[in-house]
Design a binder for this molecule. Sequence first.
Ligand code: HEC
Length: 75
Amino acid sequence: MVPVTGGTTGKALYAIHCAECHGVDPSRGKNDIYEAVDPRETREAINENEGGMGILSFLTDAELQAIAAYVRNPN
Ligand code: HEC
């Protein structure tokens, strides 16, 4: 598996999979996106199909971690 290290990758993943519902700028906190700083929260939301997020169940833990790193520091 290719290691995912956040930064650009997390940003791209966020833009593709999250921005539609959580806004282009995660620092605005739309729909509680700040909780995504902990990838386990995102996994839970996916498992519980919160807000229709169940469609994202294909995302790997590494990808959720990369997104978490981006949400922590979007700039
Ligand atoms: C189809 C729309 C949609 C997409 C796509 C989506 N979300 Fe969400 N998400 C929501 C909504 C709506 C809520 C708020 C649910 C609520 O308050 O009950 C939410 C809530 C959350 C929460 C808070 C969970 C909690 O326990 O309150 C996190 C974390 C989260 N989303 C992360 C993400 C991440 C990261 C992505 C991209 C990988 C993403 N979401 C993609 C709609 C979406």
